[in-house]
Design a protein around this ligand. Structure first.
Ligand SMILES: NC(=O)C1=CN([C@@H]2O[C@H](COP(=O)(O)OP(=O)(O)OC[C@H]3O[C@@H](n4cnc5c(N)ncnc54)[C@H](O)[C@@H]3O)[C@@H](O)[C@H]2O)[C@@H](O)CC1
Ligand SMILES: Nc1ncnc2c1ncn2[C@@H]1O[C@H](COP(=O)(O)OP(=O)(O)O)[C@@H](O)[C@H]1O
Ligand SMILES: [K+]
Length: 504
């Protein structure tokens, strides 16, 4: 699967590079784009009585004129509704001239019953909010409930951010070209695209060597090579040791969920560090997970010094007391030789928001542990309010900025989880299902991530793998899922992604 994601600007670059390399010129690419859309319309909506093609003034509209001509040639009754003539001499103008159907003004468009609408108003060139005749046409389309096939993107959806600018139709199907854009995977755009088809229009993958995209759909190919596998002579500590900090006696469940998840993700040993008051309750619920009493930052530091774990989960159920904040701050600045990686989740993120400058200063100290931060949108808003307030930033941009600010890997959670590394790489997760929106699910994600980090997986890859495994487990289980189910769902998925020969 081609998992690179291109911004609209990068897609423009792909277009230019492909035209320069040949064999297709701009008109050739447009003809192939239109042909891919027409084929999809005929395949899925071949029974439609008519097709209404909405054409904008740019190249997206140009694709629309190609679709109109091809559907007309295939015997489909076609009506073309134009928002304005394409610029003279443009490829779109050539496509319009080649189209045998005379366009009518878009302001007159009313979807006919049993017709399919092809939305070719705007694609990558969307530069401002939809208004006037375009917005009115989309509104009429939505009211009529006609099926919509979007060319490149539903018009009004920003390809860069997935945000709706003004208005956008809810497409049944979107046909995009060469590679997906962020707007196909980030909400609300993702929901408006319907099924997305990526069509090959003759742009060679070689253009990617020049463009060097830094954003990917989160698929196993992105991290599979770095996925840990135990060697034949491995032992439990060699497979990675994870520490998990437990909260007090009434809030221990979150840490146990993380601990179980870390173990299922392959860590050879997991220790729960529990305050004395919570030892009994933790002991009553743990079997393979080890338990160690640690009441103070000093006792935690002593354990780290003794055991030197590969990763620590800090935050789930931990509490918001000031001394917890002090302890977390000391962990952020600890020697990376004593503690390889920290996953800051849940309450740790609230402490981070309260003492941001101190944490950021600790993160900048050389030789401190690598970090993964796992905010949901509410936590993100607390820690990075200035990024949330900036309307110009997409979810992808926000995760990247947060990663750059903290020098860590950020998993910005949600239905369209974005993983961003401090080096600018980013991935958008697309395999999660809403069954994961259940209490404790995030604690499991933090634990999976720590389990992979402790086994030596680099943070960006570990974070991507964790989000994918978590999404896969939730989607496969479906309705009725609770967080306790998730760790136990991992083994068959791990087996599938491992290189073990069949049957072993
Ligand atoms: N990049 C590529 O490789 C290819 C692109 N193709 C098509 O070309 C499209 C991009 O074409 P363009 O760059 O011409 O962009 P668009 O056709 O998306 O829109 C550009 C025009 O619309 C105007 N505009 C933008 N937003 C508006 C709004 N809200 N209200 C009114 N006017 C608005 C712009 O000022 C410009 O005149 C792609 O989405 C795709 O459909 C295909 O032809 C095949 C190849
Ligand atoms: N609608 C959704 N679709 C897919 N995944 C979701 C959805 N809502 C939440 N999730 C995922 O579920 C997890 C919830 O984590 P979080 O909000 O921290 O929960 P908790 O704090 O209860 O553990 C995250 O991984 C998030 O990405
Ligand atoms: K469109």
């Amino acid at each position: 699967m081609s998992h690179e994601i291109l911004t609209p600007t990068e897609m423009g670059e792909a277009d230019r590079l492909a035209i320069a390399a040949g064999p297709f010129d701009g008109m050739g690419l447009m003809r192939r784009a239109g042909a891919a859309v027409a084929a999809a319309v005929l395949e899925r909506f071949g029974g439609a009585e008519a097709a209404d093609i909405l054409c904008g003034p740019g190249n997206n509209g140009g694709d629309g004129y190609v679709v109109a001509r091809l559907l007309h040639e295939a015997g489909v009754p076609v009506r073309v509704w134009s928002l304005g003539a394409p610029r003279q001499g443009s490829d779109a103008a050539i496509a319009a001239a080649e189209c045998p159907v005379t366009p009518k003004p878009l302001s007159d468009f009313a979807p006919a019953p049993a017709s399919v609408v092809v939305d070719a108003l705007f694609g990558a060139g969307l530069s401002k909010a939809l208004d006037g005749d375009a917005a009115a046409a989309i509104e009429r389309c939505s009211r009529a409930g006609a099926p919509v096939v979007a060319v490149d993107l539903p018009s009004g959806v920003s390809g860069a951010s997935g945000k709706v600018l003004g208005a956008a139709p809810r497409a049944t199907m979107t046909v995009t070209f060469f590679r997906r854009k962020p707007g196909h995977l980030l909400y609300p755009g993702r929901a408006l695209c319907g099924e997305t088809i990526v069509a090959d229009i003759g742009i060679g993958a070689a253009v990617l060597e020049t463009i060097r995209p830094a954003c990917f759909q989160n698929v196993p190919a992105l991290w599979r090579e770095r996925f840990p596998r135990p060697g034949a002579a491995s032992h439990k500590y060699a497979r990675g040791h994870v520490g998990v900090l437990s909260g007090g006696p009434t809030s221990t469940g979150a840490a146990r969920l993380s601990a179980m998840a870390a173990a299922r993700a392959g860590a050879g040993a997991v220790t729960l560090l529990s305050p004395g008051g919570a030892l009994q309750v933790n002991a009553a619920h743990l079997t393979s997970i080890m338990l160690r009493r640690a009441d103070t930052a000093g006792e935690i530091a002593q354990w780290l010094d003794e055991r030197r774990p590969g990763a620590l989960v800090a935050g789930p159920g931990l509490g918001l007391q000031d001394e917890v904040g002090d302890m977390l701050l000391s962990l952020a600045g600890i020697d990376g030789g004593e503690l390889g990686n920290v996953v800051f989740d849940a309450d740790a993120l609230t402490h981070l928001s309260r003492r941001r400058e101190e944490f950021l200063a600790a993160f900048q100290m050389p030789g401190t542990p690598q970090r993964v931060l796992t905010p949901h949108e509410g936590e993100f808003a607390r820690v990075f309010p200035e990024l949330l307030a900036d309307d110009g930033l997409s979810k992808l941009d926000r995760a990247r900025r947060a990663a750059a600010l903290t020098g860590g890997t950020v998993i910005l959670k949600g239905p369209d989880t974005v993983i961003a590394g401090p080096d600018g790489r980013a991935a958008i997760n697309a395999n999660a299902a809403p069954w994961l929106a259940t209490a404790g699910s995030g604690d499991v994600l933090a634990g999976i991530c720590a389990g992979l980090l402790a086994q030596g997986m680099p943070p960006f890859e570990a974070a991507c793998a964790a989000a994918w495994l978590h999404g896969e487990a939730g989607s496969r289980f479906g309705p009725g899922l609770i967080a306790e189910d998730l760790p136990g769902l991992l083994p068959p998925i791990l087996r599938e992604i491992s290189d073990l020969p069949e049957g072993r």
